[in-house]
Design a protein around this ligand. Structure first.
Ligand SMILES: Cc1cc2nc3c(=O)[nH]c(=O)nc-3n(C[C@H](O)[C@H](O)[C@H](O)COP(=O)(O)O)c2cc1C
Length: 352
């Protein structure tokens, strides 16, 4: 996680003077869809715990800002509710909860709900060792029992607005999209869904199968090197997200910006390549796009904004990204996102 940020900070900017005139053009396209700036929202599981409007708020804010939202399989909201919240088709992120049969049901449901792009996350063979989640008792928070009320009281009591929000939502903790996958006919709890995913992580054969089954573009998320990028492209994906899951999976893997260079060298002429991990400012968007990314995605940025202010919070953070990207381009002396290239950067050696 720290390495992702450090890489952005090490990537220097190389401005041109005396050339900027009016407002730069920030729009671009991703997989044929026009977006207002090259920033999409990454899938973040169970945002309903951050704010009761969760992914519905995220999708509405992204849509209002003219960009795209990616809904996690692990959402607290049913995918149909999120799909209808946004004005145009969004992206759905697939985990193999329940193996291939489960994936098949999720794919068919996502298609019927109107999602256009399917994002297959490859880096979650098992969840990483998230020591803060263990310390905070996240995996014990599966339902509201009197034992849990006592156990979590020291965390809940200092946060009355959050507790009120959670209570108004009816203390909802289930993974809504898994309602039709559980043998008992009820949605999985978080820890059950994580266990089920870990039993059936997708292989390359599974990715190729998804590409056959999904009628629209498929995106592979979690690729960190050129060989895997080639394998994914052979399977039929239309785009890749270079991602280390925001540093939440295998500690010690490369930061995403150096990995982006390797992936672009390998398949950049064949498919669109996006990147996420550590995107916090508009200038980060400019850096990644200048390096060659089609667009960036951000996870924590919108999740924290949601926790702080619901839908208005997510809209605010998207506006901050837009304003900062605009300012960065003017200061770089670059009139559009489309004109950004490596001549605007000083690229460190990064051990390649
Ligand atoms: C709380 C949290 C939950 C996440 N849940 C998912 C998920 O369900 N599916 C997925 O593909 N990625 C998930 N991610 C990873 C994000 O999609 C993204 O790769 C990462 O957050 C990017 O790094 P950033 O947070 O520094 O922007 C999650 C990340 C966070 C912080």
């Amino acid at each position: 996680m720290r390495a992702n940020r450090a890489a952005f900070e090490q990537l220097g900017l190389r401005p041109r003077m005396g050339v900027t005139r009016g407002a730069p053009s920030l729009g671009t396209t991703v997989l044929g869809t026009e977006i207002s700036m090259p920033l999409l929202l990454s899938p973040v599981g169970f945002t309903r715990l951050l704010h009761r409007d969760g992914d519905v708020a995220g999708a509405r804010a992204a849509d209002a800002a003219g960009t795209l939202f990616t809904l996690s399989t692990m959402s607290g909201h049913a995918m149909e509710d999120v799909a209808t919240a946004a004005g145009r088709p969004q992206w759905f992120q697939l985990y193999f909860v329940g193996g291939r049969p489960g994936a098949e049901l999720l794919i068919d449901r996502a298609r019927a709900a109107g999602f256009r792009v399917l994002v297959v996350t490859l880096d979650t063979q098992i969840t990483g060792l998230r020591e803060r989640d263990i310390g905070n008792g996240l995996y014990g928070l599966t339902k509201v029992t009197s034992r849990n009320v006592v156990r979590f009281a020291p965390q809940f009591v200092p946060h009355p607005p959050w507790l009120l929000d959670f209570a108004r939502d009816g203390f909802r903790l289930e993974i809504a999209n898994t309602s039709h996958l559980h043998p008992g006919g009820r949605p999985f709890a978080l820890h059950e869904a994580l266990t089920s995913m870990a039993t059936h992580p997708p292989t390359w054969e599974d990715l190729a199968w998804v590409c056959q089954r999904w009628p629209g573009p498929v995106v592979a998320k979690g690729v960190l090197n050129g060989e895997d990028a080639k394998r994914a492209v052979e399977c039929g994906v239309a785009a890749l997200v270079v991602s280390n899951h925001g540093g939440r999976q295998l500690d010690g893997v490369p930061a995403t910006l150096p990995a982006l260079i390797e992936v672009l060298d390998s398949v950049g002429h064949e498919v669109e390549v996006l990147v996420d991990g550590g995107v916090r400012r508009g200038s980060d968007i400019a850096r990644a796009v200048a390096l060659g990314a089609r667009a960036v995605m951000a996870g924590r940025a919108w999740a924290y904004a949601l926790a702080g202010g619901g839908r208005a919070g997510v809209s605010r953070i998207l506006e901050m990204f837009r304003v900062d990207l605009d300012r960065t381009l003017r200061l770089l002396g670059c009139d559009s996102v489309a004109s950004l290239d490596r001549s605007y950067l000083t690229i460190p050696a990064w051990d390649r």
